[in-house]
Design a protein around this ligand. Structure first.
Ligand SMILES: Cc1cc2nc3c(=O)[nH]c(=O)nc-3n(C[C@H](O)[C@H](O)[C@H](O)COP(=O)(O)O)c2cc1C
Length: 381
């Protein structure tokens, strides 16, 4: 028994020592956007360089979900978590001598971090996957521009490791950060040397991050000043809400029109190419069936809205107004009850941003014998 408790105390001490050691390590995020996996290949080398010294831990995350089998299991980072790290290594494909659209979109959501000085003084380093390599240094520089606005400490690579690389082929070494030239097919990319340069960049970055750990903005203060916004795509997934395909227009009109920052959408209860529960309430359909049709109609509205914001529902600022029109008999009065199905759904998905002004009314008939039509106005970024 005594022996057993000694072993238990020993294991406990080992665990505590391990936890304390973890706390002393620099916690580094390797944050990437990648279309074809080239940036991810570099990211893995950067991460292994970071962890090489045993003084830092690295976690690779991406800025948005990917369907690419090589990338789909990489976790997606939230904007709000960025201040919780001791350093961030940013990686992106080169797009027209610039950072990629995916990375740019993610960074454009960091305005709250910027105004709260949440990343100020935190070390950052950058790396990129290019095609031919045209404009790669311009692109790295563009990365730096954004991070400099955040007040991050930009850790360059200098001419680290270049003395040992094979100089008979083009290599992605630059003083700002490592790159790879994926479309040069003479050798596999990233080359062995580019991978080695990425490891060196990771090692050097970890050293700086460890040295600066704890010297910049109090993370808690910074984070608490930021209004947390939940990712709408994650909410849809968590709630098992599947958006339908955008219904095609049945006449000379568009599924939506954007005027300034307002998007106008009108939909009926089309589901899988047919009207769900068609007819007049109290004659062909009952209230429960109209509620089902109302939910299908609202899902159509949100599917169209998603198209209007180029697939990113996080760009919706507010559901401004919903108007629900129901095919009812003259003496029907409970339109509000029916419409709550649509209102509840939009609030479930968009939270506070889903709260709207509302009108409901009855009609003697609705196009294509739908039991409901919804008109919606949204404000978007
Ligand atoms: C819109 C677009 C613009 C691009 N512009 C450049 C460029 O200016 N220079 C370059 O070398 N490669 C360019 N490329 C190629 C990508 O940088 C290259 O395919 C990269 O390896 C992709 O990285 P990934 O494998 O992580 O997706 C461009 C690709 C796209 C889609």
């Amino acid at each position: 028994m005594k022996k057993l408790s000694t072993v238990f105390v020993f294991i406990l001490l080992l665990k505590i020592t391990n936890l304390m050691a973890q706390d002393h390590k620099a916690k580094i995020l390797v944050l990437i956007h990648s279309d074809n996996g080239g940036t991810y290949e570099l990211a893995k080398e950067i991460a292994s360089g970071i962890e090489n010294s045993n003084n830092a831990t690295a976690v690779i995350k991406q800025v948005k979900e990917s369907q690419n089998p090589k990338l789909k299991n990489i976790p997606v980072a939230s904007v709000e978590e960025l201040p919780s790290y001791d350093g961030i290594a940013f990686g992106s494909p080169v797009y027209f001598g610039n950072i990629s659209t995916g990375m740019s979109e993610f960074l454009s959501k960091t305005v709250n971090l910027w105004t709260n000085h949440a990343l100020e003084g935190m070390p950052a380093t950058v790396f990129m996957s290019a095609g031919s390599g045209a404009g790669k240094e311009l692109a790295l520089n563009a990365f730096w521009n954004t991070l400099a606005v955040h007040g991050m400490v930009l850790v360059s690579n200098g001419i680290r490791g270049t003395e040992n690389i094979n100089k008979t082929i083009p290599q992605g070494n630059t003083v700002l950060g490592v790159t790879s030239m994926a479309s040069l097919k003479d050798v596999e990319r990233p080359t062995k040397d580019e991978r080695e340069l990425a490891v060196l960049q990771g090692k050097n970055f970890a050293k700086t991050a460890l040295a600066l750990k704890g010297t910049f903005t109090s993370k808690q203060t910074a984070v608490s000043g930021i209004e947390k916004s939940e990712d709408i795509n994650t909410i849809l997934k968590q709630k098992n809400i599947v958006l339908p395909k955008v219904p095609l227009p049945a006449g000379n009109y568009k599924p939506y029109v954007r005027s300034g920052n307002l998007v106008f959408i009108n939909q009926v209860a089309l589901k899988d190419g047919k009207i769900l529960n068609p007819g007049k309430l109290g004659v062909e359909v009952n209230e429960q069936q109209v509620k089902e049709a109302t939910k299908a109609t609202m899902l159509n509205v949100i599917a169209v809205l998603k198209e209007a914001v180029n697939g990113d529902l996080n760009k919706v600022k507010q559901c401004v107004q919903l108007t629900g029109i129901f095919n009812t008999k003259d003496d029907y009065t409970k339109h509000a009850d029916l419409m709550n199905t649509a209102s509840d759904l939009v609030v479930e998905i968009l939270g506070e941003k889903g709260k709207h002004a509302r009108a409901t009314l009855g009609a003697s008939s609705i196009p294509v014998n739908s039991s409901v039509e919804i008109q919606a106005i949204f404000e978007v970024e």
